[in-house]
Write a protein of this length. Structure first.
Length: 135
């Protein structure tokens, strides 16, 4: 998603819905108005090659969801929410990891589980690539 704006312009809530993940960004705006770089938000499933690379980094960890990107260039936002389905699990013994492309590390995230809908919801202040795994 690319967008333009003036200094202090903000989108209070940008909500996207798909079968892979529902992603909401809050208080989104352009980070540096002097930059020639376009304001761009990258949301949704990670490209297959990237997902394969991340799977390899996780080794024998049992992956229970798609890898979901919430990334941006020349964009800032106050927080985000990602709701994504998990598969082949009863909803117990799960954890959500966020891969940070800058540090190239995985970080465990707080999340809630909806066992009826078979989804997890993560609220975070940090962009990254999210995935559900089994503990």
């Amino acid at each position: 998603i690319r967008f333009d704006g003036r200094r202090d312009d903000r989108i209070s809530t940008l909500e996207t819905l798909s079968k892979w993940a529902d992603i909401t960004l809050y208080d989104i705006g352009i980070d540096d108005y002097r930059s020639d770089e376009a304001a761009e938000v990258i949301l949704g499933r990670a490209e297959p090659l990237l997902a394969q690379n991340l799977r390899q980094r996780l080794g024998r960890t049992r992956i229970k969801s798609e890898f979901i990107q919430v990334l941006g260039q020349n964009v800032r936002f106050s927080s985000l929410r990602v709701t994504m389905p998990f598969k082949e699990s009863d909803g117990h013994n799960l954890k959500v990891l966020r891969f940070d492309p800058d540090t190239r590390q995985f970080y465990e995230q707080d999340f809630s589980v909806d066992q009826i809908e078979k989804t997890v919801t993560v609220r975070s202040y940090n962009p990254g690539i999210f995935v559900v795994v089994e503990k």
